[in-house]
Write a protein of this length. Sequence first.
Length: 201
Amino acid sequence: MKLSLLDNGVDSLKATYNSLEDIKYLLEGVEHKVKDAILSLYHANEILLKLLLQQRAECLAFVDINAFMNAKEEIYKKGENNVFEAKPNLQTIGFTEAVRRLELLCDIEVCSRLKRSLEYLRKKRNQIMHYEIVLSEEEFKALVVKLSNCYEYTIRFFSRHIDNLGSLVEDARFELIEEEPDVEAMYDDTYTDFLAEMGEQ
């Protein structure tokens, strides 16, 4: 299995898109789709911001640059596959620091609407991840609208920095399912074989 930052972020964007599409048609069970969309959209943004940092200098995606360099040194010495194999306790930065580094170190301005909507989603995500969330019907409807808007801001922002993002999201989560065996045909063949054997006796 290999999931690059780009693959990972795009996969989460497609998961968000799928959840938002399902919300439009569901009469019941909308809550878990909204939960999925919140988690996947926040994750997509955090991962894709790290991708933009990695493209400039991989170390920018890590909390402690010295620890990252030590991990890189281990990779060269021991032939590990990645920095996390070399140093499992290595930490990457979160959303807020990623935005700060992009803007101050890479001169990439992150859309203020995207920042505000992600800050709102972060609070909802934290409630879901760490405790519970309680919303009135009105608040829930407002959340769904803000979620959809945030998805649009996300696509718009990252499309400026990632070639063919729309196509990548469209093609993501392609799954090929193994054909199920035709049990009836197998049963018929077995029964035919059985009759043939009986006829030979």
